[in-house]
Design a protein around this ligand. Structure first.
Ligand code: HEM
Length: 455
């Protein structure tokens, strides 16, 4: 990767065609028709979609080579935290998503260990037990909204894995309030609150923004109460992530403050359950929408040994391929976090100036016909036949911002799917082709998607 001082003559990005639609209209389309928005631009502009003015261009990047150059550039070349400013009100200004430089690196170092290696495997049993708990509530013949069921599972998993919270008043309250808080900004219309700052007016609890802020402060209070209670009782013997974070120290030997803990907990709660719930909903949809997928997957399930169920489900190649294809065809985030250039950078022969906002576009890369032939078809086999590079397959982003929870999300998907399918037979009500719709800053299956429990 070359920076401008070492560049051989390159083309200015200005030689690339540029979209001229007004920023307001673009945002409206991004909110209400996100997939058409990207596909229309992708068809028209190809590998680089240049938007905005020439001083501060905003560029979707859809070529794996360009994405490789971005993911492998020195992290100091970019500011990412500032680009995530839209999340400030939800996660708090010191959430890892809003940090850069040394503080980002330090928080990442503290947050990564609980999500990796042997530690990760210890969550398998929690995921399995919670799925069983939800399945106990399901009755044969009943129709269910898949998303809300999946969200119950993923929220309970994250509450237990992150807080080690056993059922009780605070657990119930957090579960209820987080669901209401995230629902308050999830429909395409209410998501506009996040995209347009002029809508962010606190006109009291009954106004949309006022309600959001009120709910957020209630969640904050619960988080702080939990942290302070642990501190005061000295109860730091649990195996949950909050305990690990409370015991961890940075390079200077300093523990995290209550405020830092609160920001990171909120981040893990939000980033960790909505995304996985959407992925699971899609997976259930695809498995039942295309009958051959269910049949093929079911061939593997009876072979599972009860005593080694959790170990074996995480090693089923076809199940893994279903999860990968689910996250390919309709990735949960259409692009990675924005990378704002602090200095000029050459990418595939084009020089982009400082202040350019670069957005590796997960959705458009995942639909490149040269990498994924018949990209609109759900074909898990492609992941059994070929290994894709991290610049061709990037549902969890990449580089120094690569998703911390990718291992937990994949583990959860596999265990939940295998547990449900090995006990029940489901059927989609009104099977039909679907496209993702906006859900806050992500995209997701429609919330009214239903299944029937057949047997
Ligand atoms: C299917 C589920 C998930 C998807 C699709 C997903 C996707 C992503 C993506 C695309 C990024 C941005 C990466 C970039 O800009 O290069 C990200 C970052 C992040 N994710 Fe996830 N994620 C998922 C689950 C989780 C879970 C379960 C957790 C934790 C409990 C989590 C925690 C995070 C955090 C903390 C970051 C910020 C990393 C940083 O700024 O350094 N995610 N995720």
């Amino acid at each position: 990767m070359k920076t401008s001082s070492q560049l051989s003559p390159s083309n200015s990005f200005k030689s690339l065609p540029r979209a001229t639609t007004s920023s307001f209209l673009r945002r409206l389309k991004l909110i209400f028709r996100p997939i058409d928005y990207l596909e229309d631009y992708g068809k028209k502009f190809g590998d680089f979609i240049v938007l905005g003015n020439s001083e501060t261009p905003f560029v979707y990047v859809n070529h794996p080579e360009a994405i490789q150059q971005i993911f492998t550039a020195k992290p100091e070349v970019f500011e990412t935290g500032r680009g995530n400013g839209i999340l400030r009100y939800l996660l708090g200004e010191n959430s890892i998503l809003l940090l850069d430089g040394v503080s980002h690196r330090q928080q990442r170092k503290l947050l990564m260990p609980p999500f990796h290696g042997e530690r990760l495997q210890t969550y398998s049993n929690v995921i399995y037990q919670i799925t069983q708990e939800i399945l106990q509530e399901w009755k044969i013949g009943q129709s269910l909204l898949i998303r809300s069921e999946m969200q119950k599972i993923t929220l309970r998993v994250i509450l237990q894995v992150v807080f080690g919270l056993e059922k009780g008043k605070r657990y119930d309250e957090l579960q209820k309030l987080l669901t209401i808080l995230l629902d308050s900004i999830s429909s395409p219309l209410s998501s506009s609150l996040l995209f347009f700052s002029f809508l962010q007016k606190d006109l009291g609890k009954w106004s949309p923004w006022g309600r959001f802020l009120h709910l957020k402060s209630q969640v904050d209070q619960l988080l702080i109460a939990e942290i302070e209670e642990r501190r005061s009782t000295g109860n730091l013997s649990g195996e949950d992530i909050l305990t690990l974070l409370m015991c961890a120290t940075d390079e200077a030997g300093e523990p995290m403050t209550v405020a830092q803990l609160k920001y990171q907990l909120m981040t893990l709660l939000v980033a960790g359950h909505e995304t996985t719930a959407s992925a699971l909903t899609w997976a259930i949809y695809w498995i039942h929408y295309q009958q051959n997928i269910e049949e093929k997957l079911r061939l593997d399930l009876p072979k599972l040994d009860n005593n080694k169920f959790l170990e074996q489900v995480t090693n089923l190649p076809y199940l893994e391929a279903i999860c990968q294809e689910t996250l390919r065809i309709y990735p949960i985030t259409l692009s990675t976090f924005p990378r704002i250039l602090k200095e000029p950078l050459e990418i595939m022969g084009y020089e982009f100036p400082a202040k350019t906002v670069l957005m590796p576009c997960v959705y458009l890369v995942h639909h490149r016909e040269d990498i994924y032939p018949q990209s609109y078809q759900f074909k898990p086999e492609r992941f059994l036949e070929k290994q894709f590079s991290p610049y061709e397959y990037l549902p969890f982003g990449g580089g120094n911002r690569y998703c911390i929870g990718n291992g937990l999300a994949m583990l959860e998907m596999k265990i939940v799917l295998a547990t449900i399918l090995s006990q029940l037979k489901l059927k989609l009500i009104n099977p039909r082709p679907l496209k993702p719709i906006r859900r806050g800053l992500t995209v997701a299956p429609p919330t009214n998607l239903k299944i029937k429990i057949v047997s």
